[in-house]
Design a protein around this ligand. Structure first.
Ligand code: COA
Length: 159
C-alpha cells in the first residue's frame, strides 16, 4: 500500500465519518459532522487523513492548546489495522505538534477500549497519574449539557 498523509478536505467528510463508525468511535452524544465542522475552525491543519489512491484509510484530529497537544478520533480502516498506519499517523502528529513547540501530547482512551493501550505503549505513551474530568458545554444530541459526576465518569470522559 502506498499511502499519503495529508490535511483533511471537506470532500473527505463522508469517508471519515464512515471510517470512525466502522472503528466504533462514534457515540450518540458526539455528532461527528459537527465535530468535523468545529475542527475546521480551529487548527484544521492538524486534522489529518491517510489516503491510498484517494481512498481514506486512516484519520485523526490533533490540537495544541498552548500547553498540551491532544489527539482524538484516531482510526485506521479495520482491514488495514496492524500494518503500521496508526504509528505513521501518530508520528506525523508528533512531528507537527513538536514543530509548534508543544512539549507533551495527551490522549484519552475510552473505558472498554483498553486493548488499544498496547498500541500507544509501543509508541512510548504511558498512563498519567491523573483523573480525566469533562463537562459538556454544547450538547450535540439534543439533551441538556451534563456535568461530570462521580458515577458518571465514563460517560463524562466519552463526552
Ligand atoms: C488503534 C489504531 C489506530 C492503531 O493503528 P494500527 O495501524 O492498527 O497500528 P500499527 O499497525 O501502526 O501498530 C503500531 C504498533 O502498535 C502495536 N499494536 C497495535 N495494535 C496492537 C494491539 N491490539 N495489541 C498489541 N500491540 C498492538 C503494533 O504491534 C505496532 O508495534 P510495532 O511497530 O513495534 O510492530 C487502530 O487499531 C484503530 O483504528 N483501532 C480502532 C479505533 C481506536 O480504538 N482508536 C483509538 C482511540 S483512543
Amino acid at each position: 500500500m502506498e499511502y499519503v498523509i495529508r490535511p483533511f478536505r471537506p470532500a473527505d467528510t463522508d469517508a471519515v465519518v464512515a471510517l470512525w463508525e466502522s472503528c466504533g468511535l462514534v457515540r450518540p452524544w458526539n455528532d461527528p459532522r459537527r465535530d468535523i465542522a468545529r475542527k475546521l475552525t480551529v487548527q484544521p491543519e492538524l486534522f489529518l487523513v491517510a489516503t491510498d489512491r484517494e481512498a481514506v484509510v486512516a484519520a485523526g484530529m490533533a490540537g495544541f492548546d498552548g500547553h498540551r497537544g491532544w489527539v482524538n478520533y484516531l482510526a485506521v480502516r479495520p482491514e488495514l489495522q496492524g500494518g503500521g498506519l496508526g504509528r505513521a499517523m501518530m508520528t506525523e502528529f508528533e512531528r507537527l505538534l513538536t514543530a509548534m513547540g508543544c512539549p507533551k501530547l495527551n490522549l484519552q482512551v475510552r473505558a472498554g477500549n483498553e486493548q488499544v493501550m498496547a498500541f500507544y505503549e509501543s509508541l512510548g505513551y504511558a498512563p498519567d497519574h491523573a483523573v480525566s474530568l469533562g463537562k459538556r458545554l454544547i450538547p450535540d444530541d439534543g439533551g441538556p449539557a451534563r456535568d461530570a459526576s462521580v458515577d458518571d465518569t465514563v460517560a463524562a470522559n466519552d463526552r
